[in-house]
Design a protein around this ligand. Structure first.
Ligand code: HEM
Length: 227
């Protein structure tokens, strides 16, 4: 078991598996968000299911562990690569074609985590944490909270910047994860590049729909309450 911690291959494997786990979470979270565009009732029902229930808390803890492992291993791999290669920080099979995202995975990760903390304050704190501790900030209707936030265009803009950082991170991250689990031959290299770009783009557009939709709704109608 220690090889997962001590060896370079073990670290890359843990990094890729935790990354794939986080991508699956993003696909689930994105699908859940999209229901809000069609029905506030359906969205609130899902939020209630994922509120202060024991299974939702257990899922949050598993998710937090996934983020924790991914970040700690990213730190270990970045330090290891820096030590081995000096300025060339991120491993790549073809150094001349190493893209911007590949070279800046750790920085992109830090930016994503920074925005994530803001996001947790916006939603998770009010919808799960405050409810759990019976704090006065607790909000039971997720739809109202999301719609209210994105009725302010500045927040839609902040979320779009965040989503761009996630897009860059995923275009390299998904490909790199598949490469680490063995799909790194000549046939699979272009396929995995293409799949990574598609996954990253679907996730970015899927998440962007909600802030863009509610910001435009507010700008066009003057109020989010209009039909
Ligand atoms: C426009 C985009 C997004 C919206 C409207 C949104 C909305 C929400 C809402 C309402 C919650 C609280 C749900 C609940 O606790 O029942 C939540 C939780 C969360 N969101 Fe987002 N989200 C967005 C994008 C993202 C992205 C891109 C990430 C990851 C990089 C993310 C990560 C999380 C995490 C980790 C939680 C806590 C989940 C848990 O409690 O288990 N969200 N989000």
């Amino acid at each position: 078991m220690f090889w997962l911690f001590n060896s370079s291959i073990g670290r890359k494997l843990v990094m890729s598996i935790s990354g794939i786990f986080l991508v699956l979470f993003l696909l689930f979270h994105m699908s859940m968000n999209l229901t809000l565009v069609f029905s506030t009732e359906a969205y609130d029902m899902i939020c209630k299911l994922l509120g202060a229930n024991w299974y939702a808390i257990a899922a949050t803890l598993v998710l937090a562990a996934g983020f924790f492992v991914h970040i700690i291993y990213a730190l270990m791999l970045t330090l290891q690569n820096r030590k081995a290669r000096g300025a060339d920080k991120y491993a790549s099979s073809n150094k001349t074609q190493t893209e911007w995202a590949a070279k800046n995975m750790f920085i992109l990760g830090l930016v994503i985590v920074g925005f994530l903390l803001l996001h947790m304050y916006h939603f998770w704190y009010k919808m799960q944490f405050a409810e759990l501790l019976h704090l006065p900030d607790a909000v039971s209707e997720g739809s109202g909270l999301v719609i209210e936030l994105f009725s302010q265009p500045v927040y839609a803009l902040i979320y779009i910047v965040w989503l761009f950082a996630i897009w860059f991170h995923l275009t390299h991250g998904v490909w790199s994860a598949f490469q680490s689990i063995g799909l790194n031959n000549r046939t699979w290299y272009p396929r995995m590049k293409c799949i990574s770009n598609i996954v990253a783009t679907v996730i970015m557009i899927g998440f962007a729909v909600v802030p863009v939709f509610f910001t435009f709704k507010t700008l066009c109608c003057g109020s989010v309450c209009c039909a």
